[in-house]
Write a protein that binds this ligand. Structure first.
Ligand code: DX5
Ligand code: ZN
Length: 239
């Protein structure tokens, strides 16, 4: 598996939230065949966010359907209660929300000790500077570009500036290291360029992939073209 990081170009993580759950295995395979890099699994508990989605059993089915890394985004309160179940299900990465964890450092260490790569997510209204003290302990920072809870929402335009501020913190605190900066929500061919230019290197996309009128392959391709154009020649690092 490639490590995270800008050196490898931009990664695309199709979110199965917008897939047809009656054909979940095929939908996951379609994302892999389309050139998706990770499969993104959105877990919602009806408390931290006003929606309910899926748990470890469906995550295990996703893991069985692909050879790609499975990237689990926990939008749940008290994630420490479920981390072991998702890792047992096969999750490669687990991202928890800053806003949902009283003992954030402890949860991040728990994820790593159990064998997955820990990530931390921030909602659009949370100052990214609050992440400073946990940045030494994460492999990924997820900058939410919508308020979490639903697919198909509009990209919040302050997001690229927030991504740039995360990159600046990483350059200060983790110079030369590969810490992924992920964005999630409202990412499509029109918005990908701005976040990639700001320093995002993992793009989550649900409706722009599974809802693309020409199908999943075209959805992934359109985002990749836009992202690569913003990085300079064919995906090489631009700035
Ligand atoms: C939102 C989820 C996203 C969602 C993105 O709370 O975390 O992963 O699937 O969906 P789109 O790409 O449609 O905004
Ligand atoms: Zn997500």
């Amino acid at each position: 598996m490639n490590p995270s990081g800008r050196q490898g170009g931009v990664r695309i993580a199709p979110s199965i939230l917008s897939a047809d759950f009656a054909r979940l295995g095929e939908e996951v395979q379609a994302a892999e065949e389309a050139g998706g890099d990770w499969i993104h699994v959105d877990v919602m508990d009806g408390h931290f966010v006003p929606n309910l989605t899926l748990g470890p059993a469906i995550t295990e089915a996703v893991c069985r359907s692909t050879s790609l890394p499975v990237d689990v985004h926990l939008m749940i309160e008290s994630p420490e209660r479920y981390v072991a179940d998702f890792i047992r299900a096969g999750a490669h990465r687990i991202t928890v929300h800053h806003e949902a964890c009283t003992h954030l450092h402890r949860v991040l260490e728990q994820i790593r000790e159990l064998g997955a790569l820990p990530g931390v997510a921030v909602n659009p209204a949370t100052p990214v500077e609050l992440l400073r003290d946990v940045l030494p302990f994460v492999d990924l920072v997820l900058v939410m570009t919508v308020n979490p809870g639903f697919g198909g929402q509009a990209f919040i335009p302050t997001s690229p500036g927030r991504v740039a501020r995360v990159q600046a913190l990483l350059e200060e605190l983790r110079p030369g290291e590969s810490v992924a900066v992920q964005v999630d929500g409202g990412i499509d061919a029109a918005t990908a360029g701005a976040v990639v230019s700001a320093g995002a290197d993992v793009l989550v996309a649900g409706s722009a992939v599974y809802g693309h009128p020409q199908g999943v392959a075209e959805g992934v391709r359109a985002i990749r073209l836009s992202a690569e154009a913003s990085m300079g020649n064919g995906g090489e690092e631009g700035v």
